[in-house]
Design a protein around this ligand. Structure first.
Ligand code: SF4
Length: 468
């Protein structure tokens, strides 16, 4: 891709009228079909068979591994994750014991030494684990899998809860990418969401990561929290930019208290209005662009020298369960309570409570409670959504050749929705493909929804977060 084309592919135009029009709920498309389409018909045995198939076929790409570490010692009120809030540190040892059973069962089903090119520890709060416990977890992983040198090894950390020497130790264990929960630096906002975190705590973690050779440091920020305004988020960004994180994820807070109990502690009357949220987003993007960040896609920005930006237009980045990755799609093995795996054309999710997760492993079963086997149509639509969210473009020729279809015939039913998106300026249809315009990029989820067969059938359900 030429420099000019590359620059064009990164451009972003904030159009408040469009954002206002498309403020309806929609999925983030970490998976297609989305997790709410997974069902109990996909059994633990199905995952075992899928793993065995992978093992028998051999000679495949290395795998990605995700390990979910659910413990947190306090609750943040905006939280929508699967977590266990506890002060009982002793629970970690028990959890690691069950993780080992899960590693052993999956390794047994695979029947071969799998090479791991990517590892991500998420949570919860992975740094709830002590240095010794983290060492034990990595020993276990290395006992069952081959962690390749030079792989992408990332971990989410909570800067409020890390003992001295933790980041140095994480570096010595092989971690080279760090993602920090920051959310907002404003003391009033922090109090309202029960996450008080000083600039110094965050700065210490960033500096420790840099001096211990971490290649990339990312911040998670949230807009739409109580007491936020365009001015307060702008101050937060200014503060964050003093530390020059390599990556910034700017998430939209979705207030869904019926689904997420901690959110009931947030007073909906203190949330910024939809119009204020558009102002916040618009000025935040201006600030990020002015500071030299590149738009990667969905909620993600990166410095031009970060590998996510470097691989843009050169076969990457790829979207994964935890954002974007510079590496090509790999099968994802997942471990721990609530974790989602993607192996071949299947998805599977583990039980979401510790009790059920432990009980399955006690019985010698994989702790899968639901999943989905993709049919040919799912695979095609997944590819389109992957291309839209990563490249902002789909090529008719490529899809026709790879999937043996005629795009225009196959997607005849989608034509009316696509025409409306085109009339509104979100996409451009050309002879050879569809491109998401600079004005449409922030709304790429809306474009993806046009290709989501399941959402069409359940359009009336309002269970997703607003796209902006
Ligand atoms: S946001 Fe993170 S640290 Fe806070 S409760 Fe949720 S998982 Fe725990």
């Amino acid at each position: 891709m030429s420099e000019l084309a590359l620059a064009a592919s990164r451009s972003l135009v904030v159009d408040p009228a469009l954002l206002e029009k498309y403020q309806f709920s929609g999925p983030r498309y970490s998976w297609y079909p989305t997790a709410d389409r997974f069902g109990p018909q996909f059994r633990p045995l199905d995952l075992l068979r899928q793993l065995a198939k992978r093992g028998e076929e051999g000679g495949q790409n290395p795998v990605s591994v995700y390990v979910h570490l659910p413990f947190c010692d306090t609750v943040c009120y905006y939280c929508a994750r699967d977590k266990v809030v506890t002060r009982e540190h002793s629970r970690v040892a028990e959890y690691l014991g069950y993780l080992e059973r899960e590693f052993a069962t999956q390794r047994g089903a695979l029947g071969c030494d799998e090479e791991v090119a990517q590892l991500h520890l998420g949570g919860g709060t992975p740094t709830f684990l002590s240095i010794e416990e983290m060492g034990r977890l990595m020993d276990l992983l290395r006992r069952y899998f081959l962690l390749l040198p030079g792989g992408e090894y990332s971990i989410e950390i909570d800067p409020r809860r890390i003992a001295a020497g933790t980041i140095e130790h994480l570096g010595s264990l092989g971690f080279n990418r760090l993602s920090l929960g920051v959310q907002d630096f404003d003391p009033e906002v922090q109090k309202k969401v029960n996450r008080v975190q000083s600039f110094n705590e965050t700065a210490r973690a960033v500096n420790a990561a840099r001096s211990n050779g971490f290649q990339s440091v990312g911040f998670d920020l949230i807009y739409g929290l109580p007491a936020q305004s365009a001015q307060s988020v702008s101050r937060t960004l200014e503060t964050a930019l003093r530390l020059r994180p390599d990556r910034i994820a700017l998430y939209n807070y979705a207030h869904l208290p019926a689904l997420f109990i901690p959110q009931r502690r947030i007073d909906a009357a203190e949330l910024p209005s939809p119009e204020e949220k558009i102002c916040i987003l618009s000025s935040a993007i201006d600030e990020l662009m002015a500071a030299g960040y590149v738009y990667i896609g969905m909620d993600h920005f990166a410095l031009p020298e970060d590998e996510l930006a470097q691989t843009q237009g050169r076969g990457g980045p790829q979207r994964s369960s935890h954002g974007y990755s510079a590496h090509a799609h790999c099968d994802l093995l997942a471990f721990g309570v609530s974790a989602i795996a993607a192996v071949g054309d299947t998805y599977s999710q583990n039980h979401r409570t510790l009790e059920e997760y432990y009980a399955c492993l006690e019985r010698g079963e994989l702790p899968v409670f639901r999943g989905h086997r993709l049919d040919a149509d799912d695979v095609l639509r997944r590819e389109i959504i992957q291309r839209l969210t990563c490249d902002f473009r789909v090529s008719f020729e490529d899809l026709n050749a790879r999937f043996g279809i005629d795009f225009h015939d196959y997607f005849a039913e989608e034509r009316a929705v696509l025409a409306e998106l085109e009339d509104d300026g979100l996409i451009e249809t050309m002879r050879d493909g569809i491109t998401v315009t600079a004005r449409g990029r922030l709304l790429v989820r809306v474009v993806c929804m046009a290709f989501d067969r399941y959402i069409r059938a359940a359009r009336s359900e309002a269970r997703y977060s607003n796209v902006i």
